[in-house]
Design a protein around this ligand. Structure first.
Ligand SMILES: CC(C)(COP(=O)(O)OP(=O)(O)OC[C@H]1O[C@@H](n2cnc3c(N)ncnc32)[C@H](O)[C@@H]1OP(=O)(O)O)[C@@H](O)C(=O)NCCC(=O)NCCS
Length: 360
């Protein structure tokens, strides 16, 4: 053949990754400040007994005013890297799962990557609320096996105290702050089972910010320039504080989680090619102890499987809850290193993701 090679006939090289990916390390960070149910009851008309019975929460951790999600994420990343036996400069990518990074742009991940010394790593945030960490684990596993990364840091981190209305009787007692991190990298045997994930955007209002940021900014600007008080009620909130916080339709979320999430968890077990009796731990999103109990029943899990109940002292930390609960179970010897854990995240979106992982 003579003449120029026509465009588009070149043989494209595809990237080649590791045969298998697995979780190599895990770490967690809980802020120092303990917020007891009694303290919560100074903000809302409630009781320690009611909060314990309805949610299983005894106390939660709230970050200090100055502490950012990047600060907390860095604290969680350090022990995860140490357990994985790698240094930050070996990371090809950093994924931050969060809904409480308070800047629309830039993402938190590049700041975190620089902070921990993961120079030049690809770094981006994902927004899948309480399902964010399991989404991140799935992405990282695919990146390692697809060849776009060797080691990936996945961090679930939240400062929900920033977007909690302390006066809201329907949510003030539930949300908390913290960070959990996992290092995903190449392994000799399968370490992360197939992810079963999905969403139901029809129920987006079940957990959402009350008023979009742009509307809040516009109203505040209008107030500042005209001197007229902003009509927050027309915007869907009683004042600026309520406008910028979360609203939650508790019962809608409760019913959805109880009825729809057990089948997803069951599919993740089957997709991994195991049965419930092979599991060493069940680590559901720490949304609410009653949701966890209902899922155990529906899944018919063997009575002796250790179940994460970190919510009792950590509260609901959204994207951070699964890695924090896993870190605690490993640290306290409740599950063995190398054991199999079923993890499932679910929440705002509504979004969900589940997979079976071999613990580091
Ligand atoms: C939030 C939640 C604990 C509220 O419990 P609930 O039973 O649905 O509460 P309801 O709003 O139906 O109210 C039931 C009763 O408790 C009372 N109540 C509501 N909030 C209360 C509070 N903070 N303290 C004390 N009593 C309260 C109500 O007044 C009502 O009283 P009544 O029966 O005398 O009228 C529950 O809906 C829940 O756990 N939802 C899931 C939330 C979740 O997991 N979110 C995270 C998802 S990621």
């Amino acid at each position: 053949m003579s003449g120029p090679v026509p465009k588009g006939t070149g043989m494209l090289q595809s990237s080649v990754g590791a045969r298998y990916a697995g979780m190599l390390g895990i770490g967690g960070y809980r802020p120092e400040r303990v917020v007891t149910n009694d303290e919560v009851c100074t903000w809302i008309d409630s009781s320690d007994t009611w909060i314990r019975e309805r949610t299983g929460i005894i106390s939660r951790r709230w970050a200090s005013e100055e502490q950012t999600i990047v600060d907390m994420a860095a604290e969680a990343a350090a022990p995860a890297l140490e357990m994985a036996g790698i240094t930050a400069d070996q990371l090809s990518a950093v994924i931050v799962a969060t809904v409480t990074h308070t800047m629309q742009t830039p993402a938190a991940a590049p700041m975190l990557a620089t902070r921990i010394g993961a120079k030049d790593a690809a770094a981006f945030d994902i927004s899948a609320a309480c399902a964010g960490y399991c989404h991140g684990v799935s992405l990282a596993s695919d990146m390692v096996r697809g060849g776009s990364a060797e080691y990936v840091l996945v961090v679930g981190v939240e400062k929900l105290s920033d977007i909690t209305d302390k006066r809201d009787r329907g949510s003030a007692f539930i949300f908390a702050d913290g960070a959990g991190a996992a290092v995903i990298g190449p392994t000799d045997t399968p370490g992360i089972g197939p992810t079963v994930w999905g969403s139901d955007g029809e129920k987006w209002e079940a957990i959402s910010q009350r008023v979009p940021w742009d509307r809040i900014v516009a109203l505040q600007l209008q107030e500042a320039t005209t001197g007229e008080p902003a009509d927050w009620v027309a915007a869907g909130a009683m004042d600026a504080t309520e406008a910028s916080t979360l609203k939650m339709a508790g019962q809608t979320v409760f019913r959805w989680a109880v009825w729809s999430m057990a089948p997803v968890a069951q599919q993740a077990i089957e997709a991994a090619g195991i049965t419930a009796s092979d599991l060493d731990a069940f680590v559901p999103h720490q949304a609410n102890m009653r949701i966890t109990d209902a899922m155990i029943k529906q899944l018919k899990l063997p009575a002796d499987i250790p179940v994460a109940r970190d919510i009792a002292e950590t509260g609901n930390t959204s994207a951070a809850s699964i890695p924090l609960a896993t870190e605690r179970m490993l640290r306290e010897g409740e599950v063995p290193h190398g054991g199999l854990a079923l993890q499932i995240g679910f929440g705002a979106g509504l979004a969900y993701a589940a997979q079976v992982v071999r613990l580091p």
